[in-house]
Ligand binder design. Structure first.
Ligand code: MG
Length: 246
């Protein structure tokens, strides 16, 4: 019995010192509404939770379309899709704005080229804002163009790259920009990215749409736009792509 009493007495003493100086009803600071919806999580953090939209399950391109509605020539094997260089980008049929996106990618095991020419692809949120995909394992390039950069804008906090031929993950939280009716920016797009579980972009504001040359700028667009995956000529693969609208 004593074994129980001692910790209980200590706990009461701690509680008393915690609430010291405050009197009143603790219930007044309890919020019971709204009740968050129940979401069945995946078996692991990489598996889609029950409320996610599966964009690619390894079997087909049903959720995707080629550039200008062209037939997709990328290949599917072993539950992964692979860029067919020169065949063009692919985009989701559905548009998305604020979202949580999980995507896995792999650069070719056989290393060819260097800098931007090694395992280059990209995840274009809303078809405009590129989160860079690149083999950045022992591969020097400009910092705002390496893997996990917001291309030509935001340098990742660290380089969390795995080696060529290894599967890597991005977990992205993206807040779309807001525009006023006259097209002016009300609020910039914001992004948080975990690369292989490591924080690399921490709620940072984007400067505008991705530009290869010159300063990025915003051009007003709708609240939901297709997600696009880049064909940069390299045989980069993707798998297990799911998204949650926020
Ligand atoms: Mg790219």
């Amino acid at each position: 019995m004593k074994k129980f009493l001692l910790p209980a007495a200590l706990a009461l003493t701690n509680l008393a010192s915690f609430s010291q100086g405050r009197t009143g009803d603790p219930k007044l600071s309890e919020a019971w509404e709204p009740v968050p919806a129940v979401v069945q999580p995946g078996k692991t953090a990489q598996d889609a939770p029950a409320d996610a939209i599966i964009l690619f399950n390894g079997k087909d391109f049903n959720s995707w379309t080629g550039k200008n509605g062209k037939k997709i020539e990328w290949t599917i094997a072993d539950d992964a899709m692979t860029v067919k260089g020169g065949s063009g980008e692919i985009s989701t049929r559905q548009g998305f704005g604020d979202c949580q996106l999980h995507i896995e990618w792999r650069t070719p095991a056989v290393v060819k080229g260097e800098g931007q020419g090694r395992g280059n692809s990209g995840i274009f949120l809303m078809g405009r804002y590129e989160l860079q995909v690149l083999d950045s394992y022992n591969n020097k390039t400009y910092s705002n163009g390496q893997a996990a950069s917001i291309y030509k804008q935001l340098i990742p906090l660290v380089n969390a790259s795995r080696g060529p031929g290894e599967w890597q993950t991005y977990d992205i939280i993206f807040i779309a920009p807001r525009f006023s009716p006259d097209g002016r920016v009300q609020s910039q797009a914001r992004i948080t990215v975990l690369h292989n579980g490591v924080l690399v972009q921490n709620n940072v504001a984007l400067w505008g749409g991705t530009e290869y040359i010159g300063i990025p700028e915003y051009k007003a667009h709708s609240m939901k736009e297709p997600l696009m995956l880049q064909d940069h000529g390299d045989a980069v693969s993707f798998r297990n792509i799911w998204i949650r609208e926020l």
